[in-house]
Design a protein around this ligand. Structure first.
Ligand SMILES: Cc1cc2nc3c(=O)[nH]c(=O)nc-3n(C[C@H](O)[C@H](O)[C@H](O)COP(=O)(O)O)c2cc1C
Length: 171
């Protein structure tokens, strides 16, 4: 919308190609999380996620969506404990590392063990430890709803994501 309230460029949903769709949604600024879990075979998984959001205060519920094609999906389906690590502004390297498939994403990364063995990333601005309560189909993603069981937070400034770029929050 411009200052007159009209749309500068409008497209019917049916006409939107994937690149435009991503570009439009990229206007929505988000924080950046790394969501982790430990599988029944002790394998740890973690991926960069910006679909994280709050759902409910009472009970304290949060959600995120996980691509059905993600190699981590099987572990997140087998394990009910997850940790949401909200990254700090100086953790861009971790955001990149956890956004690509790799054999051992945790090699050299400082972690503490959270509930259910989910890795908590040292230096994150906040960690939310959750028990998965619901899973819903969401197109090519699975929507996962977790109940927060334990939290830890700091005053470290957050990492933000906007139009495909990582940045810092200023106001
Ligand atoms: C900023 C950013 C946000 C992302 N958000 C999500 C997300 O919400 N859900 C998702 O499934 N993948 C998301 N991804 C992609 C995953 O991080 C990426 O596919 C990763 O390789 C998945 O881990 P895996 O291959 O070990 O399963 C995001 C990537 C970036 C860079």
């Amino acid at each position: 919308m411009n200052a007159n309230g009209s749309s500068e460029r409008s497209q019917l949903l049916a006409d939107i190609d994937p690149a435009t769709y991503r570009s439009v949604l990229g206007r929505f600024v988000t924080g950046v999380t790394v969501i982790t879990a430990r599988g029944p075979d002790d394998r740890t998984v973690g991926l960069t996620v910006n679909s994280f959001n709050t759902v409910s205060l009472d009970p304290p519920l949060v959600l995120w969506s996980l691509a059905l094609k993600s190699p981590s999906l099987a572990v997140f389906r087998a394990q009910n404990w997850v940790a949401v690590n909200i990254l700090a502004h100086d953790q861009r390297d971790l955001a990149l590392r956890f956004s690509k498939p790799a054999e051992d994403k945790f090699r050299g990364v400082a972690v503490q063990e959270g509930l259910g063995g989910a890795p908590l990333l040292v230096g994150a601005t906040a960690c939310l430890e959750c028990r998965i309560r619901h899973r819903y189909p969401g197109g090519d993603h699975e929507i996962i709803v977790g109940r927060i069981v334990r939290t830890e937070a700091s005053d470290r400034p957050p990492l933000v994501f906007h139009r495909g770029q990582f940045g810092a929050f200023t106001c």
